[in-house]
Design a protein. Structure first.
Length: 519
């Protein structure tokens, strides 16, 4: 109860800031009322008195100023009320598409004695939270009414008109975690709906959301005064707002201890594993596809494969086989594949943006079975073509084969200028985007492009084929086996000019430097 009382106290402090602001705005009107009342009662500037004319002038000046202040206050309050907070991109899941998931969340809310969330949405992220429903979107909301499962934070039945917030769930959790683990993980989040139903906490949050949402682009003139006032109010509320949310989280966590507390500890271990696998899948596997305008349609199913491979290699998950025997949380969806495709498209749009070279046609869906041909081989050919264009700048026509030419350039110490030229070429072609990773150096880019050229030499001579690794992305298969040493050999040739080990590797693999490479 200490955390609950602390949350209410901070909410009241925020509301006092709002009340003081309204009080200051009402002062001119109050003064005008006193002056006009004094005129009619004869106590201030009575007719016929020596100072009557001065008091009459003061009344009209103060009255006019009060009207302007009240009008400005109304406009400011209207701006705050109409300001729409930015909504986190998420895929809404209707109750008809996931009745078992809704039932599980409803039962969880009932066990916690809190209102059930008004809806469920999925985000392409490893996190879960409650998203407040803004008042302007209530009429458009298709979510079900929030049933009252017990007493709320105030200790009384829910009477607030505020709709219950939407539960946003990280999609990788649904595919990786078991149903019981997901329920335990979401218990503290769902417990937070109690705070949303408390009238004082809801009013304080609504006021703060209006202030945050009203701050937009820099304004000039009278509108700049609104930004100054908003920043002043936010500054006065900053500490109270932070402590309010901290107290709400503490209260929700304490309340959730009564539900699956032991299982939640195990579920938290899976959160770190899911995050590691999801990040690896996005940066190593999805990113090469996104750069080509393709979006893998089943990223969440892919994270299961990536984490399975990670657990097999590093043995990170104890009792892994036993755990997989439990029901996965994605089984709570009616059509997991359709939901996965929607979330995967959202991930591409949010994390990467507009695909390159699609001329407004948008993203092309990609199945995992087509990844080697549609992404790996196509990506290698694009990289090799870019490298060949840089090698051919200033060179005469029917020049040496690309692989032979690049190795000769590296052996002569031309790696640094070649890397700089390649980086400049890619920048001009607008083919460098740094989502999910830092901007790469010219040397790193050159290593990737030379590796792609070697891989194509293996493909076009029939000695190799493109493949995909769930953790490493595009790979070359020679005789059906990965050759991980290739990257290190290329890096030595690029960074130190040591091309002899790479030439020996090419010879042992049966690849001729003068062999044809189809760009």
């Amino acid at each position: 109860m200490a955390a609950v009382d602390a949350a209410r106290a901070r909410a009241q402090a925020v509301l006092r800031v709002r009340g003081r602001a309204l009080g200051v705005a009402a002062l001119p009107a109050a003064l005008a009322v006193v002056l006009f009342a004094g005129r009619f009662t004869g106590r201030i500037g009575a007719p016929g008195a020596d100072d009557a004319a001065a008091w009459d002038a003061a009344r009209w000046v103060v009255g006019g100023f009060a009207v302007l202040v009240l009008l400005a206050t109304w406009l400011v309050a209207r701006t705050y009320a109409r300001a729409v907070p930015p909504r986190t991109p998420a895929v809404p899941v209707a109750e008809s598409a996931a009745p078992e998931l809704y039932r599980q969340i409803g039962e969880l809310a009932e066990r916690l004695g809190v209102p059930a969330p008004s809806g469920i949405a999925l985000t392409p992220d490893c996190d879960s939270w409650l998203e407040e429903v803004h008042r302007t979107s209530r009429r458009r909301s298709a979510g079900r009414a929030a049933p009252v499962a017990g007493e709320v934070l105030s200790g009384a039945p829910d009477r607030a008109s505020e709709p219950a917030p939407v539960l946003v769930i990280g999609s990788p959790f649904l595919w990786w975690m078991r149903a019981g683990e997901l329920r335990a993980l979401l218990a503290p989040v769902v417990a937070g709906t109690a705070a949303a139903a408390d009238p004082e906490i809801a009013a304080a949050r609504r006021f703060l959301r209006g202030l945050d949402a009203s701050l937009g682009e820099p304004r000039r003139g009278p509108a700049a005064l609104l930004d100054r006032l908003t920043k002043l109010l936010l500054g006065a509320c900053r500490e109270h707002s932070a402590e309010l949310e901290r107290a709400v989280a503490a209260a929700a966590s304490e309340q959730a201890k009564s539900v699956d507390y032991g299982l939640r500890i195990a579920a938290q271990e899976q959160v770190g594993l899911a995050y590691a696998g999801w990040d690896r899948l996005l940066t190593r596997v999805a990113l090469p596809a996104w750069r080509l305008g393709r979006h893998p349609a089943h990223l969440n199913a892919g994270v299961v494969s990536a984490l399975t491979e990670l657990s097999r290699r590093d043995r990170l998950a104890d009792g892994y086989g036993t755990r997989l025997g439990d029901r996965p949380a994605c089984d709570l969806l009616e059509e997991p594949g359709s939901v996965d495709a929607a979330v995967s498209l959202l991930a591409a749009e949010v994390l990467f943006g507009e695909p390159f070279g699609t001329a407004g046609t948008g993203w092309r869906e990609l199945d995992w079975a087509d990844y080697p041909a549609e992404v790996v081989e196509l990506g290698w050919r694009g990289q090799a073509a870019a490298l060949r264009a840089v090698l051919g700048e200033g060179a005469p026509e029917d020049a040496a084969p690309a692989l032979q030419l690049v190795l000769a350039r590296l052996a002569d110490g031309g790696g640094e200028p070649l890397a700089a030229a390649l980086a400049a070429h890619l920048a001009r072609a607008a083919q460098i985007a740094p989502p999910l990773q830092v901007v790469r150096s010219g040397r790193d880019l050159l290593v990737d492009h030379v590796t792609a050229l070697v891989c194509l030499a293996a493909l076009d001579t029939g000695l190799g084929r493109p493949g995909m690794d769930w953790l490493d992305g595009p790979v070359l298969l020679l005789g059906g086996t990965r050759r991980p040493e290739l990257g290190a050999l290329v890096a030595d040739a690029v960074e130190q000019g040591k091309d002899a080990p790479l030439r020996s590797w090419l010879e042992a693999a049966g690849l001729r430097l003068a062999g044809p490479v189809r760009l």
